[in-house]
Structures are given as C-alpha cells and as structure tokens.
Ligand binder design. Structure first.
Ligand SMILES: Nc1ncnc2c1ncn2[C@@H]1O[C@H](COP(=O)(O)OP(=O)(O)O)[C@@H](O)[C@H]1O
Ligand SMILES: O=P(O)(O)OC[C@H](O)CO
Length: 511
C-alpha cells in the first residue's frame, strides 16, 4: 500500500470518527493499516524527531539545539517554550522529509529529572525549567535528611540531581495559583494532548514515587511539601496515553513514553535480566536490567524503573549515572574554544599517543555515581609546560571512560555478574577513539549497534508495541545488529596505572 493511500484511508477514518458515523474501535484495530512510528527525543542539548518504519529503520529525522542557560555557577536552566517550539519544528521537518506518511503512534523520550512549572489556565511556563545537572539545592538537602533517607522508598540517594528538591525550589520562588508541575515528558504530553501525565520511568526519577507501589507516595509528598494535585498521573511506559490534538500529528495517539536512559535500554533490546547498555550523551548512563524486583544498591548506584508495558509488572534496573561526558567536549568547544565542533576533539586527541600526564575530572555538577558529592568541583591535574591542547582533548575522552569504569566496577560487584561486553550508544559514540579508550580502560570488549539512536528507537518500540506495529519483545530483539566491536589493546599494568592516576585526581575534586 502506498503512503498516499495510507494517508487517504487514515483521513477517511478520522473524518468518520470525528463525525461519530462509526463507533471508535480499539486502538490496534483502528491503526492496523498504518506502519510508521514517530519518536520525539527531548534531550539535554537538543530536541529531535525520528520517523521509523516497521522494520525499525530510520526513514527521516530532524534536530534542533536549544540554549543552555547558566545564570550562576552550578545553575543550569532551559526555556520550556523554546523547547516546545523546537519540538514542533522538528516534528514538522521530519515528517516533511519522510513524505508525510500516515503515522500509527508517537513515542516520547526525554532528559529526565529536569523539572518545571506551568500555568494550567494559560499553558505558559512559570519561569525556566531547572535542569538535572543544576546544583542550586545542594545547601538545602540536609534539611530533608541524609543521603539514605529516601533510598528504600525511591531507590535514590538524596541528591541535587533528582526532581523533588528542584520542585520545592520552584514552588518557593514562584508564588502562583493554578500551577501544574512536571518533567519534560509531562510538558510535551500536556502541550500535545491536554492530558497531564508522566510515565513510570520518569516518575521514578522524581524522588516522589514509591518504587514498589509505582504511585506518588504520601510520606514523600509530605517531606517535600508537594500537593499531589499539581502532579501528573503516572502511566505505563507502553500503552495508549492520549491523542494529539494539534499540529501535523493531530489524531495520532501518544502510546510510548520513557526517560531517555530507559528508552535506550529498550532500544538496545536489553529485555532479559543481566543485559546492560551504556549511553554516552551529555552525561553517560550505564543501566542493567534486574527483572521485576527492584535491587537495592549499597555502593552508590541508583535503583530505577527500566520500563513497564501496559498490564504487566514493571521491569527494574540498576543505574550508574555520570553527570558529565559529552558536556566536557562541549565545554572544550564553548568555554575554552580549543575546538569548533564536537567531532574535532577526536582529531586533536588522536594527534598525541597519551594524555601527557594530565587528567581532567569534570565535576561540574559535583560528582554523581558512585560518589554522590554535590560539593566536588572539577580539576585539571598534572599540568606541566609539556601539556598541549591535544593532551587536554585526550584527557577529556579519558574522563568519560574512567567515570564509566567507576560505575561499571560497582555494578559488577553489586550484581555479581562480571562484564564481558559493553553495549554502547548515544551521540558521543560517534567517537571511535573514545570507544577504543573505553575498551582499554575497562579491559572488556565494546560493541556499538548499527542504530546508535537507541533512545528514540526505544520510544518508538514502546509506542509501536502498544499499537500493534510490533507484536512482542522477541520481534524487537531481532532488529538489533552489531556495527563494530573494539577489543582492549593495553595490558593490566597500563590499565592499573591509568586507574591510579584517575583515582588520585578524583580525590583532588573533594573539598
Ligand atoms: N564526534 C563526537 N565526538 C565526541 N563527542 C561528540 C561527538 N559528537 C557529539 N558528541 C557529544 O555528544 C553529546 C551529544 O550526544 P546526544 O546523544 O545527542 O546528547 P543528549 O541526548 O544528551 O542531548 C554532546 O555533548 C557532544 O559534545
Ligand atoms: O539528555 P541526555 O541524553 O544527556 O540524558 C540526560 C539524563 O536523562 C539525565 O538523567
């Protein structure tokens, strides 16, 4: 069936439904003749829209960066209206590039924890969104308890990273009636459909949801002084959520929503217990599927919801969260000006055989897992007159690899599973030099799949599973194909020397 015929059939069906000439059939039947899925990825640095076909292949995409707003040291904000306009623009552009096919379902994935308020009457943001990297709440954390106060209920250490302290800060600084609160998924769902909803993976990052009940927890709401009425309802990651009421996707259901790191877990087809992936974007995030029971961490990892298919139990994950990965490459570009594009970091780093004795620990947001030290500040150590910008570029790539090693070794200890292969994805995996360094630092094989856009792929999978585009998880697993593998090229002695140099530099970040 041609795309034009798809569009015609869909238009007729929608017209009939709108005029109530036919009763509304269940979702899969209504959409059975359509086979394209749109996924929107609202990331930390940019918003993207991808159109996928039913083989899970990319048909078209579009992307727009938004401003990173740094009003003070440690503060990071986004303009939610700028993001909304970008999302509308990339959706229109991606659909145009794809030839405006009939779309069966929409999936949304997003930067997690970033928290905002908006006015329920005007639908306008109230102030800027506070981004996950923002550390402005560091000085008030102790008012709520110690690092483990909410760990049993939420799986999370008390840290500036998660939404609850950010939400409290917003409510204290923007006195307003008719407030709605949410993360980026909720904002987009609300703007696209008028429904106030979030999925269970995003809710699991707020520090307000109980990991066992999968609902807002009265004792957590009371601890942070949050009124449940301003929060969205929590829905499964894959299942019908609401129909879009505006723009070129009008009439299409949003049927998949996940936080971006959980979406990547799905996009990498990590559906079985013990399967893991690491996504390298602004930050880096290693997630291990632990099955239908949450596994508590005693050494600084985060317990989180991996995904939930409608009508099924939630699948949990252990996560090692690294705040700064590609963000350090952006810092070399935007703040130091030693490169003019992110990709240039690789040419520069490849010009030298090693880091010349210099180490960068980019504790821009303090240190996340496994340290959880909001008071840590970044260091460049080992500087001598010998060090050039090429050594700095190499040290920047090594910083990501060492931070991932730190969380991977804790994960191996806690899960009892020795890592044999690391599945990687995300924008920064365009750097093949990084992936070789990662294999060397970890001493294990690194594997990159053919589709590195696993975040949007996972959101598309969630939406397509809910609408009958794909019947089950094994069908999705069959789409996964390896693109390239990197083997360790250094010996244990070199690895241990590099790890010791890194550990010494990490100590210097702590006051
Ligand atoms: N060729 C490259 N080499 C190294 N880093 C890169 C390269 N291309 C992009 N990056 C980094 O990857 C990040 C973008 O990845 P992406 O997955 O789009 O991030 P996000 O989802 O966090 O917005 C940026 O921080 C950028 O600096
Ligand atoms: O936007 P990304 O890909 O850097 O992901 C950010 C994470 O969701 C933060 O938890």
């Amino acid at each position: 069936m041609t795309a034009a015929l798809h569009r015609l059939l869909e238009a007729i069906c929608r017209a009939l439904l709108r005029t109530r000439l036919v009763a509304e059939p269940p979702l899969p039947a209504r959409l059975a003749f359509v086979s394209y899925v749109v996924a929107i990825d609202q990331g930390t640095t940019s918003s993207r829209c991808f159109v996928f076909d039913s083989a899970g292949a990319i048909v078209a995409f579009d992307q727009r960066e938004h401003r990173q707003i740094f009003p003070r040291p440690g503060w990071v904000e986004h303009d939610a209206n700028e993001i909304w306009h970008n999302v509308r623009a990339v959706v229109t552009a991606a659909l145009d590039k794809a030839g405006n096919p009939a779309v069966s379902a929409v999936g949304i994935t997003n930067q997690r924890e970033t928290t905002m308020l908006w006015d329920s009457v005007t639908s306008e943001p109230i102030g800027n969104a506070i981004v996950w990297q923002d550390t402005r709440t560091a000085s008030v954390l102790a008012d709520y308890g110690d690092i483990d106060t909410f760990r049993e209920a939420t799986g999370l250490p008390l840290a500036t990273y998660f939404s609850a302290p950010k939400l409290r800060w917003l409510l204290d600084h923007h006195r307003h009636t008719s407030v709605m609160a949410g993360t980026m998924d909720s904002w987009l769902i609300y703007k696209l459909t008028g429904r106030h909803a979030t999925d269970v993976t995003n809710a699991s990052r707020t520090m307000l949801m109980n990991l066992s009940t999968l609902d807002w927890d009265p004792s957590l709401l009371s601890a942070f002084g949050i009124d449940r009425a301003i929060l969205p309802s929590i829905v499964p990651s894959s299942g019908p959520i609401a129909e879009i009421t505006t723009g070129p996707l009008r009439g299409v259901p949003i049927a998949g929503v996940l936080g971006d790191q959980q979406a990547a877990l799905m996009g990498q087809a990590c559906f079985d217990v013990g399967e893991a992936k690491c996504t390298y974007g602004t930050g880096a995030f290693l997630l291990l599927n632990t099955g239908t029971s949450p596994v508590a961490s005693r050494r600084g990892l985060v317990t989180t919801v991996g995904y939930q298919l409608a009508g099924q139990p939630a699948v949990y994950a252990l996560e090692g969260s690294v705040a700064v990965a590609g963000a350090l490459v952006q810092w070399l570009r935007d703040n130091l000006g030693i490169i003019s594009t992110a990709a240039q970091v690789n040419e520069l780093a490849a010009a030298v055989p090693d880091n010349g004795g210099c180490t960068i620990v980019p504790a821009f947001s303090g240190l996340f897992a496994p340290y959880w030290r909001p008071d840590a500040r970044g260091v460049i150590s080992g500087l001598t007159g010998y060090v050039t910008k090429a050594h700095l570029a190499r040290a920047a790539l090594e910083a990501t690899a060492h931070q991932v090693r730190d969380v991977a070794s804790v994960m191996a200890q806690e899960s009892g599973v020795a890592m044999e292969t690391l599945n990687v994805d995300g924008g920064m995996t365009a750097s093949e030099l990084l992936l070789q360094i990662q294999a060397d630092v970890l001493g294990v094989e690194v594997v990159r799949p053919t589709i590195t856009e696993t975040t949007v792929l996972g959101a598309a999978y969630a939406a397509g599973l809910a609408t009958g585009v794909w019947p089950d998880l094994p069908t999705l697993r069959a789409h996964w194909k390896a693109d390239r593998r990197w083997q360790p090229s250094t010996d244990d002695t070199a690895r241990e020397t590099a790890a010791a140099q890194w550990a010494a530099a990490v100590q210097k970040t702590l006051p």
